[in-house]
Design a binder for this molecule. Structure first.
Ligand SMILES: [Zn+2]
Length: 213
């Protein structure tokens, strides 16, 4: 995802040149496509509220685990799937060390951390609260953070929907997507930036329109 920008970026342009402004354009474009991936995780609150609405609607279709062992078993099933394998191997493009992260550890929370969360992840492993976090959706949410999405931005939601569709079914994925859409949260493929030539042609065109006014 991020690599496309690296390949478009112009190496060390002079300040004030079109090439310089093009790099600025790329930076802003990247930020817009995946809020959270760079800087503040600004869509987290909306993402949570979409998830809560979804979970209460679809609670009947979300498997519950009786203990952490069951959650670990379910995680293994996820790691073996083509869906997981595909997203995981793509995530290596963004960070090669993720090659060692094909099957993140799933742990039970040992003592209360004071955080009122069902689960959390440091991007390498997952911890589930054994009172409120032993269900397939919480596990899938946290595992999605282990695929190179340390935020709740577009790429997080896109990968989340793929896993939800594969493991909880298409109806669940549809319901979750609807909640995202209601809150104007994009979850499709990120839009590609313009190439320098496209961007520059548009800029020149704008300038000539302005001159005519
Ligand atoms: Zn999260």
């Amino acid at each position: 995802m991020t690599n496309i920008y690296e390949s478009y970026r112009i190496d060390r342009p002079y300040y004030g040149t079109p090439e310089h402004y093009y790099n600025e354009y790329l930076r802003k474009h990247a930020k817009k496509q995946n809020k959270g991936a760079r800087g503040q995780d600004s869509e987290r609150g909306k993402c949570y509220s979409a998830e809560w609405a979804f979970q209460s609607k679809c609670s009947g279709q979300i498997p519950k685990f009786k203990d952490i062992k069951e959650a670990q078993k379910y995680a293994k099933k996820i790691y073996k799937s083509k869906t997981w394998q595909k997203i995981w191997s793509e995530s290596i493009n963004g960070d090669v060390t993720r090659i060692f992260n094909a099957s993140p550890e799933v742990n039970a929370k040992l003592k209360s951390s004071g955080r009122g969360t069902a689960g959390w992840s440091n991007g390498r492993s997952v911890t589930l609260d054994t009172k409120v976090g032993l269900d397939a959706y919480t596990l899938i949410h946290e595992l999605t953070h282990c695929l190179g999405n340390m935020h709740h931005g577009r790429s997080f939601r896109k990968d989340l929907l793929s896993l939800v569709s594969r493991f909880l079914g298409r109806d669940c994925a549809k319901a979750l997507k609807e909640e995202f859409k209601k809150r104007k949260l994009a979850c499709g493929e990120a839009r590609k930036p313009q190439t320098f030539d496209q961007w520059n042609a548009a800029r020149v065109r704008m300038a000539s329109i302005r001159e005519k006014l």
